[in-house]
Design a binder for this molecule. Structure first.
Ligand SMILES: Nc1ncnc2c1ncn2[C@@H]1O[C@H](COP(=O)(O)OP(=O)(O)OP(=O)(O)O)[C@@H](O)[C@H]1O
Length: 276
């Protein structure tokens, strides 16, 4: 579905990553992790044909990337929609069916097919109940389900997700992650999932691409999410702990770190005060 060979991207003097070789097969779930500014969104933009590489090659579906490829679904970084936006959820999802494929004037049969596709996508994400409400009035989690439906309505074989769980509560995170996972099992859809937090998707992840300051590692979570590998990537001492079925990362100082931005200056008694 995706093939990157010797791929590099630089802006001016700054190289985001270089020498990146990555193959993604149908049905594979790839998590892309790394601190702010490491080039995760830029990688998605390359695959969407919005950002040319500065070195190497990229192919999707075995051919050159192109913008507006409706075989690629895209869930963008979540922004809360304007409260005043009166567009209905059903129409937002319909935007995922590109005009040139369906034509500007639709026959009655085509119109019915389009309506059915939108309804199926709404049902698949459990959004049928609020499909006719103005999207600006919906909660962040409800809006996010609609974005997933919009990305899936064209039946993409490749789904690119840019932090789709951001600012969702735990129940909504689980639901949205499960929807995406269900889709890949149902249709063998390959998923490239940019995230700062691996735990909500950990059971689904086949491969991690972890990028830090131009350095990166690719492999299964058990190989990449280790103290040794993350310490090498961050060039500082990082501890990766397994707590129940979660991964806890300490020492990176970025948002995947259990201690957040203060991680490297951590004083245990300040973070976790003893009960008085
Ligand atoms: N078109 C551009 N021109 C110049 N610099 C750019 C351009 N696009 C991105 N950058 C820079 O490249 C770096 C990587 O950006 P990118 O959005 O890919 O990071 P990210 O890993 O997705 O970050 P975050 O986790 O904060 O979303 C940033 O420093 C950004 O400012």
């Amino acid at each position: 579905m995706v093939s990157l060979r010797g791929a590099g991207l630089r802006f001016g003097a700054r190289s985001l990553w270089d020498g990146l070789d990555l193959d993604i097969s149908p049905g594979e779930f790839v998590a892309v992790l790394g601190p702010n500014g490491s080039g995760k969104t830029s990688l998605l933009r390359v695959l969407l044909g919005l950002q040319p590489l500065t070195a190497g090659t990229v192919r999707t579906y075995g051919g050159a990337v192109r913008t507006g490829d409706n075989r690629i679904g895209y869930v963008p970084q979540q922004k809360t929609l304007d409260r005043g936006l009166t567009l209905r959820g059903r129409d937002l999802v319909g935007l995922g069916l590109s005009g040139h494929h369906w034509g500007l004037t639709l026959s009655a049969a085509k119109r019915r097919e389009r309506t059915d596709r939108v309804r199926e996508a709404l049902d698949a994400v459990g959004a049928a109940d609020y499909a006719d409400a103005p999207v600006g009035r919906l909660s962040g989690g409800e809006q996010q389900r609609l974005r997933v439906a919009q990305a899936l309505v064209s039946d993409p074989g490749l789904l690119l997700c840019d932090e789709p769980l951001l600012s969702l509560d735990l129940a909504s995170q689980r639901k949205v992650a499960e929807l995406i996972d269900a889709r890949r099992h149902l249709a063998d859809t390959a998923v490239l999932f940019v995230t700062h937090e691996i735990n909500p998707i950990l059971p689904m992840v086949d491969t991690v691409l972890y990028i830090v300051d131009g350095r990166f590692r690719i492999g299964p979570p058990s190989e990449v999410m280790t103290s040794r590998v993350l310490s090498e990537l961050y060039r500082t001492e990082v501890d990766v702990l397994r707590v129940r079925d979660r991964i806890v990362v300490v020492g990176t100082g970025d948002s995947i770190d259990v201690l957040g931005r203060a991680g490297q200056e951590h004083h245990p008694q300040e973070q976790f005060p003893e009960p008085s």
